[in-house]
Design a protein around this ligand. Structure first.
Ligand code: MIC
Ligand code: SF4
Length: 643
């Protein structure tokens, strides 16, 4: 049978299940990555499993998110993660070495391997032909312990690229076009494969920009074939030996095909507050801007930075604009320093930041009130920048740099001839910021360094016979994990302190929600479509769990968040008839009688609205394994019960 590339990798890693779209499948995981904002929790979970050494081929712990150290908390977490890594066989990428996805692409990614990461942008590795997926921290902990990773077998989408990008149009514009076509929920339950002759014209970092932002489509992952372009990149990284050719079979079947002619694309922007709210830059041209930020795991490669440097060279950033630039990795930063491009960036007046996520996750550089900020990042959700009324536009590095100089939205095509930036034949390789784990015989002596900010994991209990609680919150479509559990410089240091975090739960939508939960002791949340889109942070499930949320009843869910709810033992339910959403008001009393029995016997579920006296048919979005998990009170309890 002919297979797509993703199906081939799935087949070679299949532990159980059959490859029919919609079935539960379990995959062997070759590599894992964590970052520090989700990592502390993931390693606490890994410790709780009692596995002495990781069983993966390669596991890497990165420090890249919580790098603003305004108190002891982040630094303590870094030391905790470093000591855990040393003890348990995990490579440790020190703060300053770069953003996890960029560094992983450069130094560790291998075509054809499976990778899961406790970060939703792990599909960046798809640019190299990996099957790379974002996951909750607990799923990553399980994979480090040698357990399989469970997903629903996705449908296959082919994005067939033809032609070649015109000057000044970039990979970012390709993925913005895909977002415009598919929307932020168009990729749910799907893997996006890129193919067609247009693929050959895209370098690996450009492909990685595209697969990175496939996360914003809600897709399980995105993937490019591994070809000569991939080989050249791997060789330039001194890792040619890890390369292998990979592609779909010529007659592979896809559930959906989207054709894009690269030569027809123009510079685009995703407008506030959604990555799929896409408009041509030409339509926005001339509007005044306040800030430009260049970097993030989407657009911080050597090529991106060189293009930016060549635009800035010999010019000055507009007096009314603040330009911040964070190169994606120490490799990129160092190369810019050596070839003089960094000097051009500095001379133009950019505020150069360390190689980390920085402003992308609200770690500094929040824009002014109502500030218009152009960012080369991947998410422009409301409030994420740290300024509640900030207006964030997602653009390419070329558009960002051109606009920073002009002080207004600027179509880079107005800049004249583009300077061609060649892909280097060899990158600067110096892995001195990657600390290998202790040898097996010394591991037992490694002491784990725990700061006082680490608080115990919330306890979970088995699902009761019946759930009865008020709908303490009703929200609309596309609620992000940034709404449920906001990030940013002020809150992120408390990622290992669920009780403290709980004060900010749903703060963007309704500041009173945590207090209502405390008063009532339990809650059901009612949501619209694509509930929980965005990040992989399991805190968006653990914090509601701590606040007493027993179930979420929505029109549909985003993949990773839905899995995180089940992992936490919270019941994710969807309306059988979407119109029933309108019959529930916030504060209605809801009941799920005999819910245990109904789940065990796969019987139809009724949500009784006791206030309105109506019955609402619902369905649990759970696989059989997840049903057992929810019955047990979450994945940790389930794993203990099955140990
Ligand atoms: C994000 O971009 O939202 C994050 C911060 O990288 C998250 C992870 C987190 O919340 O720590 C993600 O994308 O998964
Ligand atoms: Fe970091 Fe932003 Fe990428 Fe998330 S999206 S990993 S915060 S750079």
């Amino acid at each position: 049978m002919s297979l797509t590339l993703a199906q081939k990798i799935i087949q070679s890693h299949l532990v159980s299940g059959d490859m029919q779209a919609g079935s539960d499948i379990a995959l062997r995981i070759d590599q894992t990555l964590t970052q520090d904002a989700t990592g502390t929790m993931a390693y606490l979970e890994f410790e709780a499993m009692g596995v002495p050494r990781v069983k993966t081929e390669r596991s890497v712990a990165y420090i890249d998110h919580n790098t603003l150290q305004t108190g002891f908390e982040n630094a303590d977490d870094h030391r905790f993660i470093q000591s855990i890594a040393k003890k348990h066989g995990i490579y440790f990428s020190r703060p300053g070495n770069g953003i996890c996805h960029q560094v992983h692409l450069e130094r560790f990614g291998i075509p054809g391997k499976t990778l899961i990461g406790s970060d939703s942008h792990t599909p960046t590795g798809g640019g190299l032909g990996m099957l790379a997926m974002g996951a909750g921290g607990l799923d990553v902990a399980v994979a480090m312990g040698g357990g399989a990773y469970h997903i629903t077998m996705p449908k296959m989408v082919l994005v067939r690229l033809s032609g070649k990008l015109s000057p000044w149009v970039s990979a970012k514009d390709v993925i913005l076009e895909v977002l415009r076509i598919m929307s932020v929920k168009g990729g749910v339950g799907k893997i996006i494969e890129y193919g067609g002759e247009g693929v050959r014209s895209l370098t690996v970092p450009e492909r990685a920009t595209i697969t990175n932002m496939g996360a914003e489509l809600g897709a399980t992952t995105s993937i490019f074939p591994s070809d000569d372009v991939t080989r050249a990149f791997m060789e330039a990284q001194g890792r040619g030996g890890d390369w292998k050719e990979l592609s779909s079979d010529p007659d592979a079947q896809y559930d959906e095909i989207i054709d894009i002619d690269l030569s027809k694309l123009e510079p685009l922007a995703a407008c506030p507050h959604s990555p799929d709210n896409v408009k041509p830059i030409a339509e926005l041209a001339g509007q005044k801007i306040d800030q430009v930020c260049i970097g993030s795991c989407t657009n911080s490669s050597y090529l991106d930075m060189m293009r930016v440097a060549s635009i800035l060279k010999g010019k000055t950033v507009h007096p009314d604009v603040s330009l911040a630039i964070a190169p994606g990795s120490k490799q990129v930063y160092n190369m810019l320093a050596q070839n003089g491009a960094l000097a051009d960036i500095i001379a133009a007046g950019a505020r150069v930041l360390e190689c980390a996520c920085g402003p992308c996750i609200g770690m500094g550089q929040s824009p002014n009130s109502k500030g218009i900020s152009l960012r080369t990042f991947n998410r422009n959700f409301e409030g994420r920048s740290g300024t509640a009324d900030g207006q964030i536009y997602l653009v390419s590095p070329e558009t960002a740099a051109a606009s920073a100089l002009a002080g207004v939205f600027t179509d880079p095509r107005t800049l004249g001839e583009e300077t061609a930036i060649p892909m280097p034949n060899s990158f600067l390789i110096n892995d001195n910021m990657i600390v290998p784990p202790a040898p097996m015989e010394e591991a037992a002596d490694v002491e784990i360094l725990r700061g006082p900010n680490i608080k115990p994991f919330p306890t979970t209990t088995a699902l009761p016979e019946e759930i009865q609680a008020k709908a303490l919150l009703k929200v609309g479509d596309n609620i992000t994990t940034d709404h449920i559990m906001p990030a940013g410089a002020k809150i992120l240091p408390y990622r290992s302190n669920i009780p403290y975090l709980s004060n900010f739960c749903f703060g963007v939508c309704d500041k009173e929600f945590p207090d209502r939960c405390r008063k009532e002791g339990k809650a059901i949340v009612v949501g619209g479509h694509n509930y929980g889109q965005g990040s992989s942070r399991e805190h968006a499930a653990l914090v509601p769990l701590y606040l007493g949320v027993k179930a979420v009843l929505a029109k549909s869910f985003a993949r990773i968040h839905c899995a995180n709810l089940a992992n936490a033992g919270i019941l994710p339910l969807v309306f059988k008839n979407e119109a029933d959403y309108d019959t529930i008001d916030q504060m209605d009393e809801l009941a799920l009688p005999d819910i245990r029995e109904k789940l065990i016997h796969h019987e139809p579920i009724l949500v009784k609205n006791l206030t309105k006296n109506v019955d609402i048919p619902a369905e649990a979005v759970l696989t059989d394994r997840q049903i057992d998990m929810v019955l047990a009170g979450g994945l940790l309890n389930y794993t203990k019960e099955n140990a």
